[in-house]
Design a protein around this ligand. Structure first.
Ligand code: TYM
Length: 328
């Protein structure tokens, strides 16, 4: 059985971008794969976080994973900082990473440009991500499109380690969904929808109420043409809404274009809003049941225990390959 690993940062309430680009595929993968899903809190602290908010976001993300359909019987769900092997291997992989290649990462450039101070961990973020993945002998990493470059680097680091020391790491493949890999901002449809956007109207949070969702979609930036047509370059706003509708309903872009031929944006936007509400409503109901439950803690405890077992084995191998510590 192939192994899947993926992670999400607890840096704010997840958006439908995170759901459609990532979690939706996780739920499918867990049916016939050995899955590890991680709350990557150590990645979140690469930019400043409020400690109480971070704690809340960690728990909230755990509840959202489960509410969205991740089953603790089928998958291992855990918090990164509760499995110390991640930072340990992360440090070792930093030692074979080059500053130049880390500086070339677009996520680093995006998050550091114009900032007065930038933490060094923002630069060394990708070797920690590589450690996350490599500890579990991961075959496939399902992510949205923005993580492609980090995955390329993970593969390079694994290969570099294997060539330099010992052939211990599996080289992971990236898996990006055909539809929904890059959900765009509702206000600036040429930029990615992001949970850390300062403009709340730009994203739909997975916990937004139906009324709010409707309002945000109705005020989404489109164009004055009035034609529902998928054309990313010339009609980015409409194309983004088509993608959201397609991902929520399973319909193709062509079917959607045909469905709205001769109709304006009003009806189309209403249907997009309804489709998003239909997907999120049951998730929100389950979320409310889970968020304060003891069951959530049990799942995270068991998850960390199981993840540690696998991760520690890989760490021992990696330390041995690099010559760290003593022979035992
Ligand atoms: P993060 O927390 O930014 O996003 C989590 C997942 O959601 C996807 N995603 C999107 N997909 C479609 N449209 C969007 N607008 C959108 N925004 C986000 C991301 O591609 C991602 O799959 N570095 C990672 C976290 C990470 C990780 C890992 C992922 C740490 N270690 C190991 C995989 C494997 C990140 O910042 O994701």
């Amino acid at each position: 059985m192939k192994t899947i690993f993926s992670g999400i940062q607890p840096s704010g309430t997840l958006t439908i971008g995170n759901y459609l680009g990532a979690i939706q595929q996780f739920v499918e993968f867990q049916e016939d794969h050995d899955c590890y899903f991680c709350i990557v809190d150590e990645h979140a602290i690469t930019v400043p976080q409020d400690r109480l908010k971070l704690r809340q976001n960690i728990r909230s993300l755990a509840a959202l994973y489960l509410a969205a359909g991740i089953s603790s019987d089928k998958s291992t769900l855990f918090i990164q900082s509760e499995v110390p092997a991640h930072t340990q291997l992360g440090w070792m992989l930093q030692s074979i990473s080059y500053i130049g290649e880390l500086e070339r990462m677009t996520q680093f450039k995006d998050k550091s440009t114009g900032k007065e101070t930038v933490s060094s961990s923002l630069l060394t973020y990708p070797p920690l991500m590589a450690a996350d993945i490599l500890l579990y002998k991961t075959d496939i990493v399902p992510v949205g499109e923005d993580q492609k470059q980090h995955l390329e680097l993970t593969r390079n680091l694994a290969q570099r380690f294997n060539n330099k020391f010992n052939d211990i790491f599996t080289i992971p493949e990236v898996h990006i969904p055909k539809v929904g890999a890059r959900i765009m901002s509702l206000q600036e449809p040429t930029s990615k929808m992001s949970k850390s956007d300062e403009n709340e109207k730009a994203f739909i949070s997975m916990l937004d109420e139906p009324k709010k969702i409707e309002k945000k979609i109705k005020s989404a930036v489109t164009d004055s043409e009035g034609i529902v047509k998928f054309d990313k370059e010339n009609k980015p706003g409409v194309s983004n809404l088509i993608t959201i509708l397609a991902s929520c309903t399973g319909k193709s872009a062509e079917t959607i274009e045909a469905d709205y031929a001769g109709k304006g944006y009003g009806e189309f936007k209403q249907d997009v809003a309804n489709a998003v509400v239909d997907v999120l409503k049951p998730i929100q109901e389950r979320y409310n049941e889970l968020i304060d439950s003891e069951a959530l803690d049990d799942i995270l405890d068991k998850g960390a225990e199981k993840a540690s077992l696998i991760a520690n084995k890989s760490l021992v191998k990696a330390k041995k390959a690099m010559g760290l510590g003593r022979v035992k």
